[in-house]
Design a protein around this ligand. Structure first.
Ligand code: AMP
Length: 406
């Protein structure tokens, strides 16, 4: 079966086409600047050169049409006809409390996703446009939705409730949902396979550290707590997001600086984090480079970033009464030797001992970077959210074909 994975944003759409027989990627690509006159389509077939085209793409229906045209194109395509694609899987950021696993798209599911627009106003409406665009271009093809929040629905109340009046939870579903769930789920499974142990037997912290960043405590094979909250703003310091801060700062700053709600929201999401402290960039490579060149602000940004990762690892080790496995993933977690070294230094009391040589090795495979003597196994596991979306979609479509036993 061939499965198309789609991640639709408000002005962009990323795609990957999988052949599920060997879980191989046949092609991937993206459409950028949807709704603008010079939209860009970048198509990367696995065995042919990349193609790029610029044209006017005013909506998601046209964007998906361009994608399907590329996939079936005589010169640049990877399939002979569109009917070879037998399922489409979508990334959906917010599944609220309605979804604790991936599901096939039905009218009820679409209604539930719509109800969650308030909780993810920038993401869920765009995902719905992606679903509608596939319906328009590929009628009758089954679609599945895979939620960033679903993996974290196992958190106990003591992890997910905020200590504020309970009526706010009842009225507005204000609680911790957590994000990056597809990634935390994928890398925790991969880590258990690598170690040859059942996931249920491990006390694990997974650190997804990219532009956005979150740590998850995994106990009995399930998400027990996670650092992102009702929105992806809470938790670790990130590229441009502040992460944790005293909530009283918000009204204080609004008052002193005469900021509107939107302005303060934008400040905390887009102008804070590593970018604000370094004054240089939100990109870890540029900040590390400046730090190595002696820039004091870059060093402070790096130190603060590391310090907060350490605090979450320590907190989650305490929350789980132990730690066996620590996993690094995503852009920074997979690639920054310096970040991993700085995080692991100084928490040896937890039983973490990093092997400097193993840490410096580069590989696209899951690998251990702790010493043989280290009680806590430290791993780098490349994340692959698209593969997990393709797998879930494939599974759901296959299950739907099998008649239920009475
Ligand atoms: P992601 O959001 O997972 O794509 O991660 C993006 C982040 O990964 C950016 O901050 C990049 O600077 C960072 N990154 C990518 N490659 C490296 C690298 N070789 N060293 C340090 N950071 C990296």
């Amino acid at each position: 079966m061939k499965v198309l994975v789609i991640n639709a944003g408000s002005s962009s759409l990323k795609y990957q086409l999988y052949d599920m027989r060997g879980e191989t990627v046949l092609a991937s690509g993206r459409v950028e600047r949807i709704g603008m006159d010079s939209s860009i389509v970048t198509h990367e077939p696995a065995d042919k050169p990349e193609v790029r085209s610029v044209s006017e793409i005013l909506d998601h229906v046209t964007a998906v049409k361009r994608v399907t045209d590329m996939l079936t194109d005589a010169e640049h395509g990877v399939i002979a006809q569109l009917s070879e694609i037998q399922a489409v899987g979508h990334r959906v950021v917010h599944g609220g409390e309605a979804f604790s696993s991936s599901v096939l798209v039905t009218s009820e599911v679409k209604l539930e996703i719509r109800k969650l627009f308030d909780l993810a106003p920038l993401h869920n409406p765009a995902h719905m446009m992606g679903i509608a665009a596939v319906e328009a271009n590929m009628p009758g093809v089954p679609q599945a939705v895979v939620f960033d929040t679903a993996f974290h629905q196992t958190m106990p109340q003591s992890s997910y409730l905020y200590p504020i009046p309970k009526v706010l939870y009842r009225r507005h579903q204000i609680r911790r949902y957590g994000f990056h769930g597809t990634s935390h789920s994928y890398v925790s499974d991969q880590a258990a396979v690598y170690l040859g142990k059942p996931l249920e037997s491990l006390k694990m912290v997974t650190c997804h550290i990219g532009n956005g960043a979150s740590c998850t405590a995994i106990l009995d094979g399930k998400s027990f707590d996670t650092s992102m909250g009702m929105t992806p703003l809470e938790g670790l310091m990130m590229g441009t997001r502040s992460g944790d801060l005293d909530p009283a700062i918000v009204p204080f700053v609004m008052n002193k600086e005469e900021l509107t709600l939107n302005e303060v929201n934008s400040m905390l999401n887009k102008h804070s984090g590593m970018l604000a402290i370094s004054g240089i960039s939100s990109d870890m490579r540029e900040v590390t480079e400046a730090m190595n060149d002696g820039d004091a602000s870059a060093k402070l940004a790096f130190d603060m970033y590391v310090y907060r990762v350490k605090k979450y690892i320590g907190a989650y080790a305490a929350a789980m009464n132990g730690l066996d496995t620590l996993v690094f993933t995503a852009g920074v977690g997979e690639n920054s030797v310096a970040l991993r070294q700085a995080v692991c230094e100084g928490i040896s009391f937890l039983g973490i001992e990093l092997d400097a040589e193993r840490n410096a090795l580069r590989s696209k495979e899951a690998r251990e970077i702790s010493t043989d003597a280290s009680r806590v196994k430290v791993l780098v596991v490349p994340t692959n959210e698209e593969l997990l979306i393709a797998r879930d979609t494939y599974k759901l479509v296959e299950q739907a074909k099998t008649p239920a036993t009475p």
